[in-house]
Structures are given as C-alpha cells and as structure tokens.
Write a protein of this length. Structure first.
Length: 377
C-alpha cells in the first residue's frame, strides 16, 4: 500500500467515526479538503482530531449586527523587483483576487511582513501594490518590516502599529507583537543591517524569544475592552500567535499568559494571526485562534518532526511557486459564525495532521515556557 493510500485510509477512518461524519453531500476533494471545508452539525473541535482545513466555520463571533466579510493578506516578504519578482507576482495575484471579490469585502487586514529585509524600497513597493485595493485597509507590522530602522518607515506609511475600531457589532483590535524584542544588538554594536539579518531568520537561538505584546500594550488592551460587553464578539489581529505554539521560532508571544488573562472575561474572542505561514487552529478558554497562509512560502509544522532550522521542509512543489500559499477571506454571518476561507493556490494534495486533542474533561497542562530557560528578559 502506498503512503498516499495509507494517508487516505487514515483520513477516512477519522472522518467516519460516529458523530464525526460529514454530510453525505460533502465530497472530500483536494479543493474542499484544503480550501473550503466545513465543521458541521454538533461536531466539536476535539472531535476533529486537528484536521486543520476542516475547521473553517465555527461559532466564534456572536451577536454581529449584520453579515459581512473582510480579507486577509500577509507575509508577502517582498524583495525589490530588480532582485526577485516571484514574491511580487504572488502579492499582485492576491491583491487582484481581493479587489475582484463580489460583493466587495468591507476591509482588508494586512497581517505583517510586507518586506523581507525592511528596506524602504521593499515597504514602498508593497504599499504601491496594495493601493490597487480600493476598500479600507488596516495594517499590523511584522518583524521583517521593523528591525532595519526600528519601524520608522513602516510607521510613516501605515501609522500606529496597534489600533481598535468597531464594525457592525464586532470590536476589532490590532496588536503589535514584533517591536518589543530585548535589545541584544546594542552591546554587540550591530549595524541596522546586521540586526535585521538576525531578525529575518526563524532561529530563536540568534535573536532570542523576541515576540511579545509588552506591559504597556497589555494595559492598553485592557483599557480598550473596559466598555465592551463580555458577550459581544472581539476579533484580535496579531502577527505572532497569542499562544505558545513553538517558541524557538517565535511562533508565540512570550507574555501570552498575561494577554489571555485580560481576555478571560470575554466569551467570544477570535485571534487571527500570520507569521506561521500555515493553517493552524488553537483554543485557550473562550479564545479561538486561526493561523493564516502566506503568499510567499509555507513553513513546516512544529514542533514534532520538523527539520533543522536551516532546512525548509519540502511541503510544496519547488517548480510551482504558487503551491501551498495564498490568502484568506473571513465571513461574519447572520448566524453568528466566523468562516475562514483559505484561498490556497497550487495543485498538491496536502494532508496536514496532528495528534488528537485531549479530552475536554482533562485540564490543560501548562508547561514551563521554553524561553524562560533560554533568555533572561
């Protein structure tokens, strides 16, 4: 039996258990499986065994005043056109697809890492490409945008890195999770280019656990939510996950516990984040988090089975730069649901899998944070 056939048998076995079977009309094609699958009926998140693309429509934002949708693009990692047009071409494709949405999205959120090395020409190139999108746009920064000039040009182009607004009964919040790295560069007398070079790799042993929200921004978040009804929906955008996924690659924020303590009183919280370049789902209390696709390249899943930090997992066709990447549409429906539609380009059959979730009756075990043992911040 081939490996692919065995994967398919395992998928069938997981989907055909009592209470987990999809509607008979739902054909599990590659497109449906990785692009527009649904979590149906009374199936719980624990029942899905973390088959990520099946988790696309979940009751996470309640009491929206009327249905609407918005778009997400992130992690474009643009180089100047003179150096590399591959990432530029994919960004242009995503922009054209967002602009062609009918009816139009209410707004676009850009989730960080517009540039690759934070250069002025990279940021300005991204800004110029995104101008084609005529709907309202909001931005949060990524580390690749920030650490050449410490966010100076990014701020001039896109404004305050954290912000909030209300839209049709939902409170939206943008958090800056990238600007508060401990200063390791001054004592080493790094140039801005050297600092940016260290921040531009996932290897956390170089720059340490730099991702964080910061005490001042946590206080701001708490103040922002002071007048908000705990039963009304909140959607928080962040570049890094607001939970501990894989700290060695800064797939987290180091103060995620404090952030989640602020959010604990609120019953309907959704976190949408970039940085991971992959489809992810996580729950902590009443907060449900979605990892989003990049337009540039897909990172491997962590932490089990990942290669060394210097070796990228071959999860895509190296001859097809559009394989395994894309952008996302997010629907807030009249039935009080948020639907995540991963617009994944390419043609490959990808079956991401993780171990089954623990029983909901077993309390979550909080392990010591990896960075607590690696970095004295």
């Amino acid at each position: 039996m081939s490996e692919l056939e065995e994967d398919r048998r395992q998928i069938a076995a997981a989907l055909q258990q009592p209470g987990v079977r999809p509607d008979p009309a739902l054909k599990i094609t590659r497109r449906i499986f990785v692009h527009k699958s649904l979590l149906l009926g009374a199936v719980t998140v624990a029942d899905t065994f973390a088959w990520w693309p099946l988790i696309n429509t979940i009751d996470v934002a309640y009491a929206a005043e009327q249905p609407f949708k918005f778009a997400w693009i992130s992690d474009t990692h643009l180089y100047p056109k003179s150096l590399n047009t591959r990432f530029v071409d994919k960004t242009i494709r995503a922009v054209k697809e967002v602009q062609a949405m009918n009816p139009p999205a209410d707004f676009l959120i850009f989730g960080g890492d517009l540039a690759q090395l934070g250069k002025i020409e990279e940021l300005e190139l991204g800004n110029e490409i995104l101008k084609e999108i005529q709907i309202h746009k909001v931005f949060i920064p990524g580390e690749h945008d920030w650490y050449l000039d410490m966010g100076k040009r990014w701020g001039e182009l896109f404004g305050q890195p954290n912000w909030t607004f209300d839209h049709k009964g939902v409170r939206f919040i943008g958090l800056d999770t990238v600007s508060r790295a401990p200063d390791y560069w001054s004592v080493k007398k790094m140039t801005p280019e050297e600092r940016m070079g260290h921040m531009a790799v996932l290897d956390g042993t170089v720059a340490g656990p730099w991702a964080g929200v910061g005490r001042d921004q946590i206080d701001w978040l708490q103040k922002t939510l002071t007048d908000w009804d705990p039963n009304r929906p909140i959607v928080i955008f962040s570049h890094n996950p607001l939970y501990e996924y894989y700290p060695p690659w800064n797939f987290w924020v180091r103060d995620w516990r404090e952030v989640n303590e602020v959010l604990r009183p609120f019953n309907k919280v959704t976190n949408i984040h970039g940085h991971v370049h992959q489809v992810l789902y996580n729950e902590i209390g009443s907060m449900r988090s979605f990892g989003m696709l990049a337009t540039s390249w897909p990172w491997p899943y962590a932490p089990e089975g990942v290669p060394k930090l210097t070796k990228r997992m071959l999860r895509v066709d190296p001859g097809d730069p559009y394989d395994g990447v894309g952008w996302s549409k997010v629907d807030v429906t009249a039935q009080d649901q948020v639907g995540i539609d991963y617009v994944m380009w390419g043609r490959k059959e990808i079956y991401p899998q993780s171990p089954a979730d623990s029983s909901e009756s077993i309390p979550e075990t909080l392990r010591p944070r990896i960075a607590d043992r690696e970095w004295p911040y």
